[in-house]
Design a protein around this ligand. Structure first.
Ligand code: SF4
Length: 58
């Protein structure tokens, strides 16, 4: 699974709240790619929660 955050991110913090192992939010959300394996469920949940659909999952 490849996870990226596009430029639509408004740094709302929702993804970090749902899945803090993978996402950390400063100016925008940053993905810890090394933590994606094993956290796929919360990555998908975060993508669903994102209000601007900035999280892209492949
Ligand atoms: S939930 Fe979406 S908009 Fe909010 S910080 Fe995460 S990627 Fe950015």
């Amino acid at each position: 699974m490849k996870v990226t955050v596009n430029d639509s991110c408004i740094a709302c913090g929702a993804c970090e709240s749902v899945c803090d192992a993978v996402f950390s939010v400063d100016d925008k959300a940053v993905v810890n790619a090394n933590a994606v394996a094993g956290n796929e469920d919360c990555v998908k949940e975060a993508a669903d929660c994102c209000p601007v659909n900035a999280i892209e999952v492949e």
